[in-house]
Design a protein around this ligand. Structure first.
Ligand SMILES: [Zn+2]
Length: 432
């Protein structure tokens, strides 16, 4: 079978690797799509990532048996076959055709890569690419017998190869092996213009069971991007049929193309259980810790605090401004609270993606100073000492501290959908 992987065609200025995927499908009408196009998010912490760090893999052959519509490109239906057989192809010739498209559709400051293979690549390459860094040696070893090329620095070859190694059949952390995203694309004349999607239409689809990340809790639209890219919206869910049957409710702007992708989004595939002593910059981790300092709020609204693990190794945690209301949860933490934290490590600091509160220490608050018999308020005469009235010198015992509510529950907390990582499993999908 003909496997094509692409990555790194976009930049902050626009473009979109998945748009190029629709162009490739259009370019190869003599082939059938076998299985679903795969949108594969990789390690969110690699220093050279573009926006979402997503690569796309496609499989082509001669379809056998039942076919199913999974997209449309300017009114031409796109079908996929569950099964397929080989159809002869010339790798070099296919590569030349795709490279032409890539030249046309990649951003000038991107470093795209294309990998063409006769089969899936070893799954281990994907797990390395999603949770860590793939070295040149690993890449060469895993891509033996494939044809690869790229433009400019060609770093996209790494992501393209990793996408060919993801089957979507395995789960390491929470039982979710894959989810779905139906992406709608804008007519080329509209690229860069304001997207016309009404909140009411987004709310209509966000209420559908199995759908996730359409809106933030405060109702803000999360499924419509703000960059000048070709994407109109990304409709995500755990059931592919629900996405196909309901995307037409979104509007009034309608997509000129749409395509359903099988993705590793919302799988938590990037997270690894580690000890603080073993973590490195670039890792995404899942740790059981207890809080060792109060939260420090710095300019810009970012929050920092420190935690330790069972071996008493400590590390700093951060909740940055874009995590919005999530920071108010962090603000309520007290020294001694125990947590599971998930996040990525950068500059020896864990950028929190979500956290689970396991136990809370009791919280106490100091009651108001006692009132003296004379009616004046008393004053503390030092730590652990009594209270004294300044006018008549009467002494009073320190009032007992009163226990107060933490305002927190023993459960998971996460930032709003719009600041969540693509790979991070939303709490709505977690079974715990
Ligand atoms: Zn007094």
């Amino acid at each position: 079978m003909l496997h094509i992987g692409i990555d790194d065609t976009d930049s902050v200025k626009g473009g979109c690797t998945t748009w190029l995927a629709t162009e490739i499908i259009r370019e190869l009408p003599e082939f059938d799509l076998i299985g679903h196009p795969r949108l594969v998010r990789l390690n969110p912490n690699v220093p050279w990532k573009t926006r979402g760090n997503g690569a796309v893999a496609l499989v082509f052959g001669k379809g056998i048996g039942r076919k199913k519509q999974i997209g449309s490109i300017e009114n031409n239906s796109i079908f996929t076959f569950e099964k397929g057989k080989e159809k002869k192809y010339d790798k070099e010739q296919i590569m030349a055709r795709i490279l032409t498209l890539m030249n046309k559709h990649s951003m000038p400051d991107s470093e795209p890569g294309i990998v063409i293979s006769d089969s899936f690549l070893p799954e281990g390459l994907y797990w390395q690419g999603v949770s860590s860094i793939v070295t040149k040696e690993m890449l060469l070893e895993s891509t033996e017998g494939t044809l690869s090329t790229g433009l400019r620095g060609s770093r996209g070859i790494f992501g393209a190869a990793c996408s060919l190694a993801w089957s979507g059949n395995f789960s390491k952390i929470n039982g979710i092996s894959h989810t779905w995203e139906l992406i709608g694309y804008r007519n080329q004349n509209n690229w860069g213009k304001k997207r016309n999607i009404e909140l009411s239409t987004v709310q209509r689809v966000s209420d559908i069971d199995t759908v996730f990340s359409c809106t933030d809790l405060d109702g803000k639209i999360a499924m419509v991007p703000h960059s000048p890219c070709p994407v109109l919206w990304g409709f995500r869910g755990t059931n592919d049929t629900n996405l196909i049957e309901n995307f037409e409710k979104l509007g009034p702007e309608t997509p000129s193309r749409w395509l359903l992708y099988k993705t590793n989004q919302a799988t938590d595939d990037h997270l690894r259980h580690k000890e603080i002593n073993d973590i490195n910059d670039g890792d995404s981790v899942n740790l059981e810790v207890s809080v060792t300092t109060k939260v420090d709020i710095i300019k810009g609204g970012h929050r920092f605090f420190e935690v330790k693990d069972r071996s008493n190794h400590t590390v700093k945690c951060a909740a940055f401004e874009p995590t919005k209301n999530f920071r108010q949860i962090v603000d309520k933490l007290e020294i001694g609270d125990s947590l599971i934290i998930c996040g990525s490590v950068n500059n020896r600091t864990i950028n929190l993606e979500k956290l689970r509160i396991l136990t809370l220490v009791p919280r106490f608050s100091k009651p108001a100073n006692p009132i003296c018999d004379c009616g004046q308020r008393t004053h503390s005469s030092g730590k652990d000492s009594y209270y004294r009235c300044k006018s008549c010198s009467n002494k009073y015992d320190r009032p007992k501290m009163v226990e107060v509510s933490s305002g927190l529950e023993l459960k998971w907390y996460e930032p709003p959908a719009s600041s969540r990582r693509h790979l991070s499993t939303p709490l709505s999908l977690m079974n715990y």
